[in-house]
Design a protein. Structure first.
Ligand code: ATP
Ligand code: MG
Length: 443
């Protein structure tokens, strides 16, 4: 007996009362057996979409062409999909047609992996025609039926295999793995949006190191060739013990599981393979700046949202900043906060900390005290509400104009000079003192 939400049970029972079969199916069954919280509950039924629409009061036509109707209960949507047989696949992406069936097993057969091909309702219990439970126990990702055939139908399944192995900490079964090695190049036919959705789930999982497996299987070569370059870029410096790709994984493991932080970690060193000159810290000189444009290109290609792209670019740009490496002062930290931005400064600090964690012991120790000083000073700057940008100056442009400053570029010049002085000495950020300075600068 499985514990399923009341509303899911209600939908299933209601379909049964009307003479149809219905089951919870796929990810929700897998996750419930594993004791994980399912993200959403999908239902599969012998009822045709039109019947589902007649039986429930509030429904949305979300995917009628593939047999999906969303049933709304208390503002939560449940996808109810008619048992389906996918027609012939000709392009490694879509079936030519779909056909409805009244046989549950036929519907389970079209699903990608054995652990995703189980159904449940309280009348029949778990329907497990492909030993999904056994594979959950063995912790393996295995195709339903012949892997080569299944990946030829839909190439995205290869990336999904690695994604599930990352989310669940499972291994990919041998034959499934062999088929991926052979067919990985066909991922080229899959749209950027579908690739990105799976890649993101992989990277945001507990096991982002599975990206290395995607590399070994030839998947990144197609969907993220820049990662291949990282894996093939050695770092012969005293600071590192990993190649750029392995180091990148360590950094990902040490930042929080958010889209911005995981992508910033993934892309922070993306341009290192292109840069071969070194600075005094035997760093790849200028790689952070080169990385911004390269990261931008990758994220645009993956059709990511503008907000994420903007934040990730800013983090890549600043990740190598070491504000006090030539001597400590609060002023230097204030100037760094000004340059990087107060909004993302905590993220910058998190990324730098993770970057340290991914270095050699020598690299970890070198400069870490300075880093801790920067953290402490940043906290003080926030606590004391110190000014780090012109918007935080205790004077406005309007006031300056009222004092006789000519509107135009002069205002900006004065703001810059005031901010420069306040960054040096926070005590100057008082309206009266600033007005005095404005009169002087305007004279
Ligand atoms: P998640 O928890 O990430 O949502 P999920 O298993 O629910 O995982 P979905 O992508 O939501 O994954 O798909 C729901 C179900 O539909 C899967 O469990 C699987 O049975 C089936 N499925 C999804 N995509 C494919 C595909 N490309 N090929 C075959 N079956 C698929
Ligand atoms: Mg799902």
């Amino acid at each position: 007996k499985m514990n399923i939400p009341k509303d899911v049970d209600f939908i299933i029972k209601k379909l049964e009362e009307n003479g149809y079969e219905a089951f919870a199916v796929g990810g929700c069954v897998r996750d419930t057996i594993l004791g994980r919280e399912p993200k959403d509950w999908d239902i599969t039924t012998s009822a045709l979409p039109q019947k589902v629409k007649e039986i429930f009061r509030r429904t949305l036509d979300t995917g009628l062409q593939h047999g999906t109707v969303t049933v709304m209960l208390k503002h939560i949507g449940y996808e109810v999909t008619t048992y389906r047989i996918d027609g012939e696949y000709k392009d490694s992406r879509h079936p030519e047609s779909v056909e409805f069936t009244t046989n549950l097993i036929e519907d389970l057969k079209r699903r990608d992996f054995t652990i995703n091909a189980m159904a449940y309702n309280s009348k029949y219990g778990v329907v497990d025609a492909f030993d999904g439970i056994g594979d959950l126990q063995r912790k393996v990702i295995k195709c339903v039926n012949d892997p080569e055939e299944r990946f030829t139908e839909d190439a995205l399944r290869m990336l999904r295999a690695v994604r599930f192995s990352a989310q669940l900490g499972f291994e990919i079964e041998e034959k499934t793995e062999k088929a991926i090695k052979k067919l990985a190049p066909t991922l080229e036919k899959i749209s950027a949006e579908r690739i990105c959705a799976e890649l993101e789930k992989l990277i945001l999982s507990d096991n982002p190191d599975k990206l290395i497996e995607a590399y070994n299987l030839g998947i990144t070569k197609v969907v993220l060739p820049e990662f291949d370059a990282m894996m093939e870029c050695k770092q012969d410096t005293p600071y590192h013990m990993y190649n750029v790709g392995e180091h990148t994984i360590k950094v990902m493991e040490n930042v929080e599981k958010t889209r911005v932080m995981r992508f910033a970690a993934l892309l922070h060193d993306v341009a290192k393979p292109d840069v071969h000159t070194f600075d005094t810290r035997s760093h790849f000189k200028g790689h952070a700046i080169a990385g911004v444009e390269k990261a931008n290109k990758i994220m645009r290609r993956l059709k990511m949202d503008n907000k994420t792209i903007g934040l990730v670019k800013r983090l890549v740009a600043c990740h190598d900043d070491r504000p006090v490496e030539h001597g400590r002062s609060e002023e230097k930290v204030r100037r760094s906060v000004h340059k990087i931005g107060k909004d993302i400064y905590p993220l910058y600090l998190q990324l730098v900390n993770a970057d340290f964690a991914g270095k050699s012991e020598y690299g970890r120790e070198k400069g870490y005290d300075d880093y801790l000083y920067v953290v402490e000073t940043f906290n003080k700057i926030v606590d004391e509400e110190q000014c780090t940008c012109s918007a935080e100056l205790n004077i406005t442009g309007k006031e300056m104009i009222a004092m006789g400053v000519k509107p135009g570029p002069k205002i900006g010049d004065i703001f810059d000079r005031l901010l420069d002085m306040v960054l040096e000495n926070p005590q100057l950020n008082e309206n009266e003192k600033l007005r005095e300075l404005v009169l002087k600068f305007n004279a």
